[in-house]
Design a protein around this ligand. Structure first.
Ligand SMILES: [Zn+2]
Length: 291
């Protein structure tokens, strides 16, 4: 084998030693039909023969996200375009950290063992994971990860009061438009949002890459533009009503839902539906902080 620049053990302040001089990361992929992709580690590795997610040490130049994806490609031949990142959870020990990146399959993944570090790969139903001989750290993290497996952060944006879709007329409602820009929205899709910043679970060590659904007035088919789904209300339905219907549907399907609106009536309706709300100015501040 050859060594990457992050390879090596760290003697951690927690009293244990961990793999990865710059920390480590792994990718937890869920396929709604097949479960989660786990690998059994080769016998000669630290914690050999146990089951865990594909992952490994960060290189000095990499983000945790990049490292998790690279490792999944190296160890299980998972192509980048086959998954959508939904969230990450960091276990931060101070001197060392492990980031679990959660991803959902977009297309069917044809995994194969593509590294000597992987003895076996298997899709395992979430209910059955506890029956396997798990890596100690993955076993400890699994209950919290499992609860978020099939969830996304959905930002339902009231397109009438918040964002101007390129090429559309201003909305008829009176609230002043903070004019969240397209660039700010796509920046949030790319960089993610801290769970604490939008008041969702399960803890401050979580970060979510949102799906943005932009509720706009008018007719036409929904379109996906740069990760933002533009959803027209349909004939005779106002954007306010449309925003609330979209929020309600997302709450019912179990997502973390944050409605972005400048309209008090929409805000109240969103709370009744079980969604959180965010003022567009607050979202804009988040976009500027990360972008
Ligand atoms: Zn530690």
């Amino acid at each position: 084998m050859f060594f990457d620049d992050g390879d090596g053990f760290v003697k951690c302040s927690c009293g244990r030693r961990h793999w990865g001089v710059h920390g480590a990361a792994g990718l937890l992929i869920v396929d709604p039909a097949r479960g989660v992709l786990l690998q059994r580690r080769a016998w000669w590795l630290h914690h050999g023969r146990t089951w865990a997610i594909p992952g490994g040490a960060l290189r000095s130049t990499e983000s945790a996200l990049q490292a998790a994806m690279r490792e999944a490609t190296e160890e299980a031949a998972v192509p980048r375009e086959a998954v959508r990142f939904t969230a990450s959870s960091i276990d931060d020990h101070g001197t060392w950290s492990y980031t679990t990146v959660l991803a959902a399959t977009r297309t069917r993944v044809s995994e194969r063992t593509s590294s000597a570090e992987t003895a076996e790969l298997s899709w395992i139903a979430p209910d059955e994971v506890d029956g396997y001989r798990l890596h100690r750290d993955f076993a400890a993290a699994w209950p919290e990860l499992r609860a978020q497996l099939r969830r996304s952060l959905v930002l339902v944006v009231d397109g009438d009061t918040v964002a101007r879709v390129p090429g559309t007329a201003p909305g008829p409602r009176g609230a002043p438009r903070p004019e969240l820009t397209w660039q700010e929205l796509t920046g949030l899709v790319r960089d993610g949002i801290g769970a604490r910043d939008v008041g969702i679970g399960p803890g401050p060590h979580w970060r979510w890459w949102p799906r943005v659904e932009l509720a706009v007035p008018g007719d036409g088919a929904p379109t996906d533009r740069a990760g933002i789904e533009v959803v027209p209300a349909g004939h005779g339905i106002g954007a306010a009503e449309h925003t609330l219907r979209m929020a309600d549907r997302a709450v019912r399907s179990g997502e973390h839902v944050v409605v972005v609106t400048a309209d008090d009536r929409v805000r109240a309706g969103a709370h009744r539906a079980g969604a959180r709300t965010l003022d567009p100015r607050a979202l804009r501040a988040l976009a500027r902080a990360t972008g």
